[in-house]
Design a protein around this ligand. Sequence first.
Ligand code: B4P
Length: 191
Amino acid sequence: MFNLILFGPPGSGKGTQSEKLIAKYGFKHLSTGDILRSEIANQTILGLEAKSYMDQGQLVPDAVVIGMVDAALNANKGVNGFLFDGFPRTKAQAIALDELLQTHNTSINLVLALDVPEDELIKRMVHRAKTSGRSDDADENVQQKRISVYKNETLAVAEHYDQFGKVETLNGLGEIDEIFSGICAAVEAKS
Ligand code: B4P
């Protein structure tokens, strides 16, 4: 089993590259952002609570997200590996993920960190807002908030895995296919 975390700031291309990785390697995709958006679309209680955080560019509380991931791991026993996209986003989530994976007798093999400059992140979110209908992409203050949350809370996730030598940083600027080739090389070097 090979478990991969795709890591990076909002708009760095995690979702974009995840789709390509799944098509090539058959990972089970676990995107907390996608699960939360589906809860919002279905107007569940969880979705309504999550929306208030997401619309402000804040993180949804750890306990909510960890519970979702726990449920997804239990519902997908026997897969060849998970691709975690947008999770973990705090050190507490990283520690919880390690513990959950341990109960499934597995662990994280690789954390791939996409490095993209801030001005490009904003450009991509503004562009995505035109087609995604995502309320968290449309507002400049919310975009800035998401980037500052990333710096203050999410960067600690890379530090957490770096102590175990599991982090590879890749340039996330450039052609999507070129970035994908670098990602594949890193995955294959570790598998
Ligand atoms: P996410 O759904 O995880 O989304 P993201 O970080 O904004 O985007 P991603 O990096 O996937 O970018 P994409 O490929 O789409 O999070 C949304 C919100 O959900 C969070 O703010 C938070 O509130 C909540 N949430 C999610 N997980 C959580 C957790 N674990 N804990 C707490 N809260 C959580 O790329 C962006 C755009 O760039 C696209 O339009 C794409 O086409 C374009 N693009 C991609 N690669 C490109 C390239 N190489 N060149 C040019 N454009 C590119």
